[in-house]
Write a protein that binds this ligand. Structure first.
Ligand code: ADP
Length: 633
């Protein structure tokens, strides 16, 4: 059964391709761009909040360590002023003598040892060192003029001298606290305590703390990283540099600027600084970024800066960024997969629905067609029934016609049969009368001969009547006949006419078995040969040819005569019932019609040919029972 092709027609492709192509082209770069963007945002947010949390934590650390620095510095503040109370010091300043100097030297030495400061010394108002705790050392300050020192200049004016510098004698850095020694309201000298603050640096290093202290000039005076020491955290003008060099505060150190690779101010006192990797503390070769938190130290113009490395934070932020990007990629992948799956399901559903619809339509059509077929089947059955009835009627009519034809033939033949029988009957009467007389005379031989002749005549008569009976008998469509026997029977039936006609008979056929009732074949042959005899009545040398040949599973027998032939008009109506050219009672016009229908009923055929040499040939084709030809007759 054919399906409707429109049911399976594909959707027009032109509309669907374009958006899909665009989606396939632009989706991957878009996802990658979003991944990078979101990853960066993740990194930025993580770093931002990380810095905030670090800075809060750092603020506490800053406070703690700044206080430690403050307490370290302030614990010596009182020390120089203590010397005001010492009478030997006042005495030395009033009247310097070597004895008093020695006394003060020893006093200062003892004080220095107890206070664990670096050095304690006393200067007069001109800045010359009169006594010092390190009087025993080779590089003792004794007698040195330190009037150029800012702490002296401040202290001599009655101001507290706070000063970080590098010693001009031995180049040793230290924190100097100076105090103007007063007597009766007048400054008579200056007491100075030099303190070393390196212990703090060591403490920071031990605690793995990165920090530095910058002084009022912006110079790093204390640093956990020695490389940063004596570097400037603010740009120094040439003028300032010259002034600082003149003061010898930092001895002859070049005071280079501590230049970060990047500097970002995050808040008041909070900066992000990136230093190159040449620092001693840097374990690897990467640049180091710090969160720098600065706070001024009280009582001094100094600043304390705490450096918190951001490497861990940055690594954490990068991880977070990667995590966000990967999470986004995963979500995007899941969404795409979900979308694809949804589309596949939708397509499947649509295909299933289309299939269902096509199926329904097909079923509807099948039902319609089945109904149509049933109706036409019923019609055909009706027609077949009608045909069968018509065939039955026809067959009955044909049978009746055959029978009528037979009866007609019998009627026709009855004259000749009567004639045929009268002759032997007359002969019998004569012979029997003669035999009686010969017996009375005792001529037994002649009587016996006569009796034999009488027997033969009786046999002949019996044969004539038997043929007539078999001819009149109703036949059967099926059956098989011997051609030789049928020809013999027909010739015997027509024997008297043939004898009177002095016919020249030519037999050239095989005694084959053909598929037809024996009687019917005889009947056909009697008709054909009888017609030939009729046609040759006026022929002085009548001749009849019976020629056979096997052809395509059939046997073809030609019955040819040299009679008057058939004219053109008669040829048209030859096989029509009741067509005859014979005068009066001689022809019924049924012979050929019946013969043709008898041949056709067994699958054979009766046709006619009109040879150019004259006469007529009837061609009888009948199916063979066995295609092997029998012996020729
Ligand atoms: P009928 O013999 O009763 O006329 P047929 O059907 O046998 O009926 O023949 C019809 C006619 O065909 C005959 O009247 C005759 O004119 C013609 N016919 C048949 N056989 C021959 C023949 N062998 N030669 C010439 N004419 C023939």
């Amino acid at each position: 059964m054919k399906c409707d092709p429109t049911l399976y027609r594909a959707a027009p492709p032109s509309l669907a391709v374009k958006p899909r192509l665009i989606r396939h082209l632009f989706l991957p770069p878009l996802i990658i761009a979003l991944m990078i963007g979101l990853g960066y945002i993740g990194f930025w947010v993580s770093e931002h909040y990380g810095i905030r949390s670090l800075s809060e934590n750092g603020q506490r650390q800053l406070e703690l360590h700044a206080r430690a620095v403050e307490s370290e510095i302030s614990k010596y503040t009182y020390l120089p002023s203590l010397l005001e109370l010492e009478s030997s010091v006042s005495k030395l300043l009033d009247e310097p003598s070597s004895e008093t100097r020695q006394t003060v030297n020893e006093y200062l030495e003892g004080l220095n040892r107890r206070s664990r400061s670096r050095a304690i010394y006393v200067m007069d108002t001109t800045g010359r060192v009169l006594a010092t705790s390190n009087w025993r050392d080779v590089d003792s300050y004794l007698g040195e003029d330190l009037s150029f020192r800012a702490y002296f200049q401040n202290a001599v004016r009655g101001q507290p001298g706070r000063f970080y510098g590098i010693g001009s004698t031995n180049g040793e850095p230290g924190y100097y606290l100076a105090h103007g020694l007063e007597e009766h309201g007048k400054i008579i000298g200056v007491a100075v305590v030099k303190v070393r603050l390196e212990a703090m640096e060591e403490r920071w290093q031990r605690a793995r703390l990165e920090a530095f202290v910058s002084d009022e000039n912006g110079i790093i005076i204390l640093s956990s990283d020695p490389a940063r020491r004596l570097k400037s955290v603010v740009p120094l003008s040439d003028e300032t540099k010259e002034k600082l060099a003149r003061s010898l505060q930092y001895y002859w150190f070049p005071l280079n600027e501590l230049q970060p690779l990047a500097r970002e101010t995050l808040a008041e006192g909070v900066e992000k600084l990136t230093f190159p990797a040449n620092s001693e503390l840097a374990s690897d070769e990467q640049d180091i970024t710090y969160l720098a938190q600065t706070r001024p130290l009280s009582d001094t113009p100094w600043n304390f800066t705490l450096l918190t490395p951001l490497a861990d934070l940055r690594r954490e932020a990068i991880n977070q960024g990667i995590l966000v990007a990967v999470a986004f990629a995963l979500v995007a992948f899941l969404l795409i997969a979900w979308n694809e799956r949804r589309k596949v399901i939708a397509t499947r559903l649509a295909a299933r629905e289309a299939l269902q619809e096509a199926n329904n339509q097909l079923e509807r059509r099948i039902t319609e067609r089945t109904t149509d077929l049933r109706a036409s089947n019923e019609r055909l059955k009706g027609q077949i029934r009608e045909r069968r009835q018509a065939e039955e009627t026809l067959r009955r009519a044909q049978d009746e016609l055959v029978q009528a034809g037979k009866l007609a033939a019998i009627g026709q033949m009855s004259t000749s049969i009567a004639h045929e029988l009268n002759q032997p009957l007359a002969a019998l009467r004569t012979l029997s009368g003669n035999t009686v007389r010969f017996l009375e005379r005792g001529q037994l031989d002649v009587a016996s001969t006569n009796l034999k002749t009488i027997n033969e005549l009786i046999d002949r008569m019996g044969r004539i009547t038997a043929s007539l009976r078999s001819f009149a008998r109703r036949g059967d469509d099926k059956g098989q006949a011997s051609l030789g026997k049928a020809v013999d029977a027909a010739l015997q039936l027509l024997g008297s006419r043939m004898e009177s006609a002095h016919l020249d008979l030519h037999r050239d056929f095989n005694d084959v078995q053909v598929q037809i009732d024996q009687t019917r074949l005889e009947q056909i042959l009697v008709n054909l040969i009888g017609n030939a005899l009729d046609a040759m009545q006026s022929q002085p040398l009548p001749a009849l040819w019976l020629e056979g040949e096997e052809y395509d599973g059939k046997y073809r027998l030609r019955v040819r005569d040299n009679g008057h032939g058939i004219d053109a008009e008669a040829r048209k109506h030859l096989f029509e019932p009741f067509f005859t050219t014979k005068p009066g009672e001689q022809g019924l016009g049924l012979g050929l019609t019946l013969s043709a229908s008898l041949a056709a009923a067994t699958g054979g055929h009766l046709g006619v040919e009109h040879p150019a040499s004259g006469g007529t040939t009837f061609v009888l084709s009948l199916p063979l029972v066995s295609p092997t030809p029998a012996e020729p007759i």
